[in-house]
Design a protein around this ligand. Structure first.
Ligand code: SF4
Ligand code: SF4
Ligand code: SF4
Length: 328
């Protein structure tokens, strides 16, 4: 377990990186992305050959998204049956930054890989890939996760009951649960859900204002580029063709809006990285929504949609009246 430096502010970023880098960190307008997102989904390109693993992106994410993190109420209600749902409490471990948690939506995976006689030290920023056909959104029984027109997939914390279906069906098991927070505490504290699921929301609010996502803005090595998916893919192929590199995300899970390019094959990286809970792999992933079993699951949960509509309506009402907060 490693510890975050929570004290990094924009001023400290500027100071730490020096005047030469400072211009890059000033609020950067994103008119091209904002306007293109009306006609085409936005995607990010991550050139991992450039990543030095400094963690500025992780700290930047934490800093700008801190107000979205859960503030659970304790003690947690005892669930019935007690064995059905496991309590997942990260509220006392907010500094964990070596995996995904409800309080850490981005982390750096590192690996040493020998390829073509050269030892490569590779750092890989990991977060939600914002799939083009996201099973987390398509299969959430409560409609709490949704894909926006611009390609961003979000989980609405005022609707989510924390049942974790999204994590089960995500090929990388990205969303992470915090117990003791959200709608279930007001509706079914002992019988339903168990919190709220959290993940990268691609800084949707910053994008809407024409700014870059924080992790892109603060990176001193310009690892990430954001833009219309067709342009991002063209850049990825240009780099791959020119350097003999490899691409991940173009086809995975039917296509994602996060495209990685790497000087090392992804199957070697997948073998080398530390994987497990909150630490996604880089395995080949077929289109899970095209899979017959997944579609059968979707059909099986369809009757819940009517109940979901009622709960969601109640949730919106309770949430807006209790918190005065609207996340839509
Ligand atoms: S993506 Fe950029 S900010 Fe993040 S660890 Fe890599 S070099 Fe540092
Ligand atoms: S990577 Fe997982 S959580 Fe993110 S959009 Fe795809 S299915 Fe959903
Ligand atoms: S896009 Fe925003 S929410 Fe997602 S990892 Fe980057 S900074 Fe965090």
């Amino acid at each position: 377990m490693t510890v975050k430096n929570k004290g990094i502010s924009r001023r400290n970023f500027l100071k730490g990186l020096g005047a030469g880098s400072a211009a890059m960190l000033l609020p950067s307008a994103l008119p091209a992305v904002a306007s293109s997102s009306e006609t085409e989904e936005i995607a990010t390109l991550l050139d991992i050959s450039k990543c030095i693993g400094c963690g500025e992106c992780v700290r930047g994410c934490s800093e700008v998204n801190e107000s979205k993190y859960p503030e659970p109420k304790k003690p947690f209600p005892v669930m019935y049956p007690t064995s059905r749902v496991e309590v997942e409490d990260w509220s006392d471990k907010r500094d964990v930054d070596d995996r995904l948690t409800p309080y850490n939506w981005l982390f750096i995976q590192s690996a040493e890989v020998e390829y073509n006689g050269t030892l490569h030290e590779i750092n890989i920023p990991r977060r939600c890939l914002h799939c083009q056909n996201p099973p987390c959104a398509n299969l959430c029984p409560w409609g709490a996760a949704a894909k926006q027109k611009n390609g961003i997939t979000r989980i609405f914390d005022n609707v989510c009951l924390g049942g974790a279906k999204c994590r089960t069906v995500c090929p990388w098991h990205i969303p992470q649960r915090q117990t003791g927070v959200g709608l279930y505490m007001r509706l079914l504290p002992k019988f339903g859900g168990n919190g709220v699921m959290y993940k990268c929301d691609r800084c949707y609010n910053r994008i809407a204002e024409g700014q870059q996502p924080a992790c892109i803005e603060v990176c001193p090595e310009n690892v990430q580029t954001i833009g219309p998916r067709s342009e991002i893919l063209a850049k990825a192929h240009e780099l791959a063709d020119k350097n003999g590199w490899f691409i991940y995300g173009e086809e995975e899970n039917g296509g994602t809006n996060t495209i990685y390019v790497s000087p090392v094959p992804f199957d070697l990286l997948n073998r080398a990285i530390d994987k497990g809970a909150g630490k996604p792999g880089l395995q080949p992933v077929a289109d899970s929504m095209a899979d017959e079993e997944t579609l059968a699951t979707a059909v099986a949960i369809a009757p819940l949609a009517g109940i979901a509509a009622g709960i969601i309506k109640a949730g919106h009402y309770l949430s807006s009246s209790a918190k005065g907060k609207n996340n839509e």
